[in-house]
Design a protein around this ligand. Structure first.
Ligand SMILES: N[C@@H](CCC(=O)N[C@@H](CS)C(=O)NCC(=O)O)C(=O)O
Length: 222
């Protein structure tokens, strides 16, 4: 908690970080943002949402994310949802000065490329795969053929990221960034869910490097 008694006496970065609330559930898309918050080392409060409980979702997320999905953050009274948007916002607001997000310019463009690609392309295939395989989905809404196509799409898309890691240890080059935390949480979850990484040795080694970071241990225990 902030020990400053009045906002006028806080340093600007401290003041900005004071009112950051993070809405999450463990082992969900929220892990992307959780990882970034831990790496940034800024203070934040958490609201844990029970995704199996409709009343809990409505009570906690109703005024924050009308989609009733995690992650969401509220920063200085402003609600932001969609994990890629939150990562971009945290990167711009806190990441540049901490060396975890590129300043405006071509490297920023590269960061945006991978953050958006992860959600629009890679996570799209993952959610299609889940929709057609998960036991919680009514059997008449699932298709084995659609699941097989989705599973192939996951591998095709992982191969694209594998190619990007051929000449660099991290997504943007020699240093880890918010892009790695975002993709690391997403691909780590895929690996945990049974997507074999053997065909993607660069991505597998990258994931091991990322998962040995203390921030990852923190979000695992949340
Ligand atoms: N495109 C969204 C997806 C968020 C999302 O699907 N969150 C899931 C958890 S992985 C959720 O909150 N599900 C709650 C529900 O379906 O009721 C993002 O990237 O933030």
């Amino acid at each position: 908690a902030c020990e400053c008694s009045g906002a006028r006496h806080c340093a600007p970065t401290h003041r900005r970080a004071m009112s950051l609330t993070f809405y999450f559930a463990p082992n969900s898309t929220a892990s992307t943002v959780h990882w970034t918050l831990e790496e940034l080392g800024i203070p934040y409060e958490t609201v844990r949402v029970d995704l199996q409980n409709e009343a809990d979702k409505k009570a906690k997320l109703g005024s924050v994310n009308p989609n009733l999905l995690v992650p969401a953050v509220v920063h200085e009274g402003v609600a932001i949802f969609e994990s890629a948007a939150i990562q971009i916002y945290l990167g711009e607001t806190f990441g540049v000065e901490r060396g975890l997000y590129p300043a405006p310019g071509p490297a920023r463009g590269e960061a945006l490329k991978w953050l958006v690609w992860c959600n629009v392309h890679l996570a799209e295939a993952t959610s299609r795969w889940q929709r057609n395989t998960r036991a919680q989905i009514p059997v008449e809404e699932r298709s084995a053929a659609a699941a097989a196509v989705a599973r192939k799409d996951i591998d095709k898309r992982l191969a694209i990221f594998e190619g990007a890691l051929a000449d660099r240890p991290y997504a943007l080059g020699s240093k880890p960034s918010i892009v790695d935390f975002h993709l690391g949480a997403a691909i780590g979850w895929m690996a945990f869910s049974g997507v074999a990484m053997e065909a993607f040795p660069h991505a597998r080694a990258w994931l091991e490097r990322l998962q040995s970071r203390p921030a990852f241990a923190k979000l695992r225990s949340a």
